[in-house]
Ligand binder design. Structure first.
Ligand SMILES: *[C@@H]1O[C@H](CO)[C@@H](O)[C@H](O)[C@H]1NC(C)=O
Ligand SMILES: *[C@@H]1O[C@H](CO)[C@@H](O)[C@H](O)[C@H]1NC(C)=O
Length: 547
């Protein structure tokens, strides 16, 4: 009889009656009228059979048996097609057995089965197709087993179900069980009250009280997509006409390499190149449907090219003053007051970070900032809707400049306190709030938030040879990617609840120098320039953990 106390908890009153009646009948009649085909270890009547201590599911039951019970059996699993020899079964009961697995199609060929009790066993695993074909099943009990989860859609096609009993298991209410919560909300079957054994956020809750949106199951990652066989130091994505392009500065080859998206091959292919020497930045800029490219070089000065669309080539239109720009490090483009500008950060002591303005014919030096400092980076951003620049330089704090509309000049506003040796500053916004990522080569890189008057530290990140700490926004996802010359690149993802970044992924890129995002055909690609290895392209992929 197994463990009546424990078993009793898993049964409805009428089930117990039904079972006790069946057993009594079997025991009583079995002694008097031995059915010829009753297997060893079982007692049978015309339509009932009870097996105790059997080592496998016997095949030779009386043909009219409609209820079959197994108690304290010695088999470890219910294998596929175990009951094809008893097609008339209406009730099947397993209790106090030691099996832990139910295989695919375990109950194949039982079109009339209405009651299936698999209680007080040690079942830990059920095949997603374990119950396939049980179209007439009304009542299913898996109570008092060792189940932590159930495979998705395990009840699919069981349209007659009115009752499912899962009590007495250790169900972990995580994304793998989200389907059950969804199923509970649209099935006509009722479930007994069950409690979640985990994960921590749902532990002790009633699963019946959970809603599908209680589960946070969508995650994302950057997956390797394409490797490009060249080193690069800067990367920029841009749109020209209706097409998407990317351009990499290749310092050793001395080129700006333009790639375009091949919609058929689904890869980036070569579009064009601009030959130069010691190229550090190739900065595209589209003004009035004209494409300009500012090519910054360490030797031989910097130049501006224009795309000649009729000749399908780039032509050099202008040299940049070599006295101002001697050792360019970064270029930003921006529009303010309806006019187009670019600014080059110069990292030589004799040069000066300089703002250039488009005047309809060419670019003219508009304002030189910050003389005598070695600027490594410039960032254009709006603070409280006003244009600003943040300059980073070696051995000095980052300096914030504000645009004066009446003067049409940038004026020094403040600096960022207690932040020496910042290599670059990049900004991003979360729900309208302004944040900056500050890159340091060694020590700590930081994220700071603008509090209305100044930037205040939010979080620090250990830097190991970091030349880039790049915020990347994709839909509602906000990332910050911290490159490293000595270790793996760390991808952090913004956790809205905590108001902080949390680690999400590591990428293997040799000496990363810049990241850029490009959206094509509703897909998002992250371009990663590598100074010492292959330039890498990753695709941002969504993963539904509930599948
Ligand atoms: C629930 O029952 C109603 C009424 O019998 C039926 O129309 C509906 O299809 C059932 N829903 C499911 C999911 O079985
Ligand atoms: C802009 O410059 C003018 C003239 O120097 C000065 O009076 C004004 O206060 C400046 N505006 C801001 C916002 O600093």
């Amino acid at each position: 009889m197994g463990q009546p106390d424990r078993a009793g908890r898993g049964w409805r009153g009428w089930t117990v009656l039904l079972w006790v009646a069946a057993v009594t009948l079997v025991l009583a009649e079995g002694r008097r009228v031995r059915q010829p085909r009753c297997p060893a270890g079982c007692t049978c009547t015309k339509d009932n059979a009870l097996c105790e201590n059997v080592r496998s599911v016997p095949h030779t039951f009386p043909p009219d048996v409609v209820s079959l019970s197994f108690v304290k059996s010695g088999f470890n699993e219910i294998t596929g097609g175990s009951f094809v020899h008893t097609p008339a079964l209406q009730l099947l009961l397993f209790t106090a057995n030691s099996f832990d697995l139910i295989d695919e199609d375990a109950f194949l060929g039982l079109p009339h089965l209405e009651y299936l009790f698999i209680e007080n066993n040690k079942i830990a695993s059920i095949s997603p197709y374990a119950f396939r074909g049980l179209k007439a099943l009304i009542h299913l009990s898996l109570a008092y087993n060792n189940l932590e989860t159930l495979p998705k859609d395990v009840f699919k096609g069981m349209d007659a179900l009115t009752k499912v009993d899962l009590r007495g298991n250790n169900l972990i209410c995580d994304c793998k069980l989200k389907w059950l919560v969804e199923w509970m909300h649209h099935t006509n079957a009722t479930l007994d009250q069950i409690y979640c054994s985990g994960p921590p956020i749902h532990q002790g809750k009633k699963i019946n009280d959970l809603l599908p949106h209680s589960f946070d199951c969508i995650t994302a990652e950057f997956a390797s997509y394409q490797s490009l066989k060249f080193e690069s130091i800067s990367v920029e994505a841009f749109t020209f006409g209706k097409d998407q392009y990317v351009v990499f500065a290749q310092p050793f080859a001395g080129t700006c390499s333009f790639l375009e998206w091949d919609h058929v091959e689904m890869t980036f292919r070569t579009y064009d190149t601009i030959e130069s020497t010691s190229t550090v930045v190739c900065k595209p800029m589209v003004i009035d449907n004209l494409l300009f490219v500012i090519v910054a070089q360490l030797f031989g000065g910097s130049h501006i090219y224009k795309r000649d669309t009729s000749a399908n080539k780039f032509i050099k239109i202008q040299d940049i003053d070599i006295l101002k720009i001697r050792k360019p490090n970064d270029i930003e483009t921006f529009m303010t007051d309806g006019e187009s500008f670019f600014v080059i950060a110069d990292s030589s002591k004799a040069g000066s970070t300089t703002v250039y303005k488009w005047n309809g014919n060419g670019f003219y030096s508009h304002q030189s900032l910050h003389p005598w400092y070695r600027d490594t980076d410039v960032e254009y951003l709006e603070i409280s809707n006003k244009p600003h620049l943040i300059l980073s330089s070696s051995s000095q704090r980052p300096v914030v400049y504000q645009w004066n509309r009446s003067q049409k000049q940038f004026e020094r506003r403040t600096d960022i306190p207690e932040m020496e040796d910042v290599f670059s500053v990049k900004h991003f916004r979360v729900k309208g709030e302004l944040f900056i990522c500050l890159t340091r080569f060694i020590g700590d890189s930081k994220v700071m938030r603008w509090d209305g008057a100044m930037f205040k530290e939010v979080q620090t990140f250990p830097s190991r040879g970091s030349m880039v700490f790049q915020p990347v926004s994709i839909g509602n996802w906000q990332y910050a990617i911290l490159g490293s010359d000595y270790s793996l690149t760390q991808v952090y993802q913004w956790d809205t609840k905590r108001g902080q970044f949390v680690s999400s992924q590591e990428l293997n890129i040799q000496a990363p120098r810049a990241f850029s995002l490009v959206s094509i055909d509703d897909r998002e690609f992250l371009l990663a320039s590598s100074f010492k290895g292959k330039t890498q392209i990753y695709e941002h992929l969504m993963i539904d953990l509930s599948n």
